[in-house]
Write a protein that binds this ligand. Structure first.
Ligand code: SF4
Length: 375
């Protein structure tokens, strides 16, 4: 089983915290970009002759800024050139303000069976503060329209530790989205990325951010309230009703193979990591020719693969299995990482149950420190 990621690098406007490869006001490139993308998808199918595709993810950017006919051309190319499992999970990321009833209905007809809607915050004042294009009303319209169009698997993205966000605003965000009963919720802490307007404001002391204690209190509240309301935490930032865990994201955390198409898209294939150019002009000029648009191919050594298995797998609440490690790498886990595992267990950052290792609640709070042990 394998997976496909498709990157659509266009947005209506750039959010103030965003450092993803995405551009606003580039409508003039939509058709040329889609043509290059389709050719890339066709050409790379040679890599994937004997594999069945189990998950497809359209991410961005905001894929739903593209007109329906372009999205349809892209997804149909995937169906035509790859063997897609009948039960494949096919997700599209979307932002309120870009979703009409007719687009949602077309997406459902095209085969998308999961939609991930970026809300980020319930309060219009916070949405404005971080440069989102929509308000809460537009989100609600999109959510109900998605349900009406037939989407039975909806994920909502929210963020905490936003500038000026209070604990009660975060509580209100979580209570309000739980009332809608989406199948999946992603809750991320705001990370200030260098080069973004919010980062510049922070450097100039123009931003009031929640401190570390409030950030953790918000995270712990999300863990508690979501698990009390049927949303099982299955990864550091992801919660789902039973059976609705994102299959696509688990591909990344389990270090399984995937092919990425589009600007800056990353792939992990036959133990190689590679990514496409981040230069949109170059991407279009390469006309989908993989040898021209691929950059930085790295064949991972066994040690690197083992290390990724650990630090990606430990993101999941069920952790990693020693038996699975041995099956994949032909060497017992304790022969490679005995020292690190014992140290982390002693520090109450890691726990062992049967043959599985997973983060303790404390380990989840300082997960990056834990992952460093395996780098
Ligand atoms: S909508 Fe998403 S990708 Fe687009 S600018 Fe905002 S955060 Fe970035």
């Amino acid at each position: 089983m394998s997976s496909i990621y498709i990157h659509i690098p266009f947005c209506i406007q750039k959010c103030l915290y965003c450092d993803f490869p995405s551009f606003a006001a580039k409508e003039a490139l939509y058709i040329d970009y889609t043509q290059a993308l389709i050719t890339e998808i066709q050409k790379k199918s040679l890599l994937c002759q004997s594999q069945t595709i189990d998950t497809i993810f359209f991410g961005g950017g905001t894929p739903t800024v593209l007109p329906a006919f372009l999205l349809e051309n892209i997804i149909n190319t995937v169906f035509q050139y790859y063997t897609v499992s009948k039960s494949a999970e096919i997700t599209i990321e979307a932002n309120p303000g870009t979703l009409s009833d007719s687009l949602l209905s077309s997406l459902h007809t095209m085969g998308f069976n999961r939609i991930s809607i970026g809300l980020q915050a319930w309060q219009d004042s916070l949405l404005k503060e971080i440069g989102r294009i929509h308000n809460r009303y537009a989100f609600l319209q999109s959510f109900f329209a998605a349900r009406k169009a037939g989407f039975e698997n909806i994920s909502i993205d929210v963020m905490f530790a936003l500038p000026g966000q209070s604990f009660s605003q975060w509580q209100e965000t979580l209570y309000s989205i739980m009332a809608l009963q989406p199948e999946h919720i992603s809750a991320y802490s705001l990370i200030l990325e260098e080069g973004t307007p919010l980062f510049d404001m922070w450097q100039k002391n123009q931003l009031s951010l929640p401190d570390e204690a409030l950030d953790r209190a918000m995270y712990h509240f999300a863990q508690q309230i979501l698990s009390k309301n049927q949303y099982q935490q299955y990864e550091i930032s992801n919660f789902a009703k039973k059976g609705f865990e994102s299959r696509h994201n688990q591909v990344y955390w389990k270090t399984l193979p995937y092919l990425g198409f589009g600007l800056g898209a990353h792939s992990f294939w036959e133990n190689k990591r590679f990514h496409n150019t981040y230069d949109i002009k170059k991407y279009i000029q390469c006309k989908g020719n993989p040898s021209l648009l691929t950059e930085e191919t790295e064949l991972l050594t066994s040690a690197q693969l083992q290390s990724e298995f650990l630090f990606m797998g430990l993101r999941m609440t069920k952790g990693i299995s020693a038996a699975e490690f041995e099956k994949r790498f032909g060497i017992p886990l304790h022969c490679v990482y005995k020292k690190q595992l014992s140290f982390l267990i002693e520090q109450n950052l890691l726990q062992k149950q049967n043959d599985c290792y997973f983060l303790t609640p404390r380990g989840m709070d300082v997960s990056n420190t834990v992952f460093c042990q395996f780098l």
